[in-house]
Design a binder for this molecule. Structure first.
Ligand code: EPZ
Length: 420
């Protein structure tokens, strides 16, 4: 079985660049369906979730070419509108294709995207947004049949600033006649990237990054060229790795304004982080300090995707830190694995209290989900002795080459076994 072996207890040093943002490129790949021409997407990360999206595009009839971190998508040909169950289940966020297929073809058939390791992942807000635009949505034995003779622009108030529902509404609204105004929209930077991409195709979308996004739909979109933003959660992971192991490193390629909550937390914990437009230098020496409560929240609050990662770095901090996970119901599955390394963490529902221990020790660990898996690698870097991490398929959903990136920072991290 493939394992990631990490010999912990050594300070990190060096420089590493983050790859393109998974949560930006996934909706952008779906958005290529709106284009009548060829789209060239640069800085596209090589991830299993991206490969799953490309398989969906090819199934729908697009021609896709991928060379390194550049992907060309030609959607200017006859397309089909159904995504079979097998492809839907490969990736939780495949529901993001619904709005784009509906805008392009007027009908879509997808299977209900399953839940995932983070607990139930309802899509009621996605479906409500599409119904408001005029789509008929019916559930038929696990399949969702969506039909819209024509989509008409309207007001879409979201009860939760859902990232995916905001993105699906934007994509469907591009195919709707007239103006759509999305209220209480999610404000994540990845939605701003989606707006930039759609604008490059000739769409009229404005307000992304604020709670009100306006789309003037019904215009045919042409092809275009676009470079995906750097991944802020991958950048957070590398910062946490240095915080956990100690040392000094430069991390390039993310927009540091997007990481203010993470860099502020690490600064409060005793790290020194200096950041420029697209790079940051972090220095960590000695024992970290516990923090005031960390409450995850929609952007610009503390990102839920960085919760496990920060927690891993704080397991050996002086004092205790309270985490409150407000976004997902079950996002503490990494806690049991951290406990195998000697961490002292108590979980009560959405609250986890991390009591700092003097040190962690290496252990055999199993990834539970994407960010929980990355958190285990972070903890292993600061632990004494060697850790062996399995379940790496979870990590590959969101990290191009985590072992390679950690090795570039001077970590003793290597893959063994498996068929790689
Ligand atoms: C996106 O998921 C990200 N995924 C997640 O990143 C991220 O954790 C999440 O946003 C929050 O920032 C992608 O962008 C591909 P939501 P999404 O809709 O869109 C509830 C990672 O590790 N909700 O903002 O699914 C939902 O259950 C992944 O990269 C409804 O109730 O998140 C959750 O509690 C994990 N009904 C909350 O809203 C709906 O119709 C926020 O979910 C939709 C969501």
């Amino acid at each position: 079985m493939e394992q990631l072996l990490i010999a912990g207890g050594r300070p990190l040093s060096g420089s590493v660049e983050v790859h393109g943002a998974k949560n930006s490129v996934l909706p952008i790949l779906a958005a290529t369906l709106l284009s009548g021409g060829e789209c060239m997407i640069e800085n596209c990360p090589r991830l299993s979730d991206v490969a799953a999206s490309i398989r969906i595009l090819e199934h729908l009839g697009c021609q896709v070419i991928q060379r390194g971190s550049t992907v060309w998508v030609d959607a200017g040909r006859p397309l089909r509108g159904d995504v079979p169950d097998g492809l839907m289940r490969e990736m939780r966020s495949s529901v993001i294709f619904l709005g784009a297929i509906l805008a392009r073809l007027g009908e879509a058939v997808i299977s209900y995207p399953g839940g995932c390791e983070l607990g139930p992942r309802p899509i009621d807000l996605h479906l409500e947004a599409l119904r408001r635009l005029g789509a008929e949505v019916e559930e038929d034995h696990g399949a969702l049949r969506c039909r819209a003779g024509r989509l008409t622009g309207c007001e879409i108030p979201l009860s939760i600033p859902s990232v995916g529902a905001t993105e699906n509404a934007i994509l469907a609204a591009c195919g709707a006649e007239g103006t759509t105004v999305i209220l209480n929209a999610a404000r994540e930077p990845e939605i701003v990237d989606l707006q930039r991409f759609l604008t490059a195709l000739g769409a009229r979308v404005r307000g992304a990054g604020s709670s009100t996004v306006t789309v003037e739909g019904g215009r045919p979109l042409h092809g275009g060229r676009f470079r995906v933003m750097g991944d802020r959660i991958v950048a957070s992971t590398y910062l946490a790795a240095v915080a956990a192991a100690g040392g000094e490193a430069e991390i390039r390629g993310a927009d540091w304004r997007h990481l203010a909550t993470m860099t502020a937390a690490l600064g409060e914990a005793g790290c020194r982080v200096s950041s420029g437009p697209d790079r940051a230098v972090i220095r960590a020496q000695g024992r970290l300090r516990g923090l005031r409560p960390i409450r995850t929240a929609p952007y610009p609050g503390f990102p839920t995707d960085a919760q496990a990662i920060l927690m891993a770095a704080l397991c050996t901090a002086e004092g205790a830190t309270v985490f409150v996970e407000n976004i997902f119901e079950s996002r503490y599955r990494h806690v049991d694995e951290l406990a195998r390394m000697g961490a002292d963490i108590r979980v009560e529902g959405r609250v986890a209290v991390v009591y700092g221990v003097p040190r962690l020790h290496g252990a055999r660990l199993r990834c539970t989900d994407l960010r929980g898996g990355a958190a285990l690698a972070v903890a292993a870097l600061g632990a004494e002795g060697e850790s062996a991490i399995t379940g790496l398929e979870h990590i590959r959903r969101g990290y191009e080459d985590l072992p390679g990136a950690l090795a570039a920072l001077g970590a003793e991290a290597r893959l063994t076994g498996g068929d790689t």
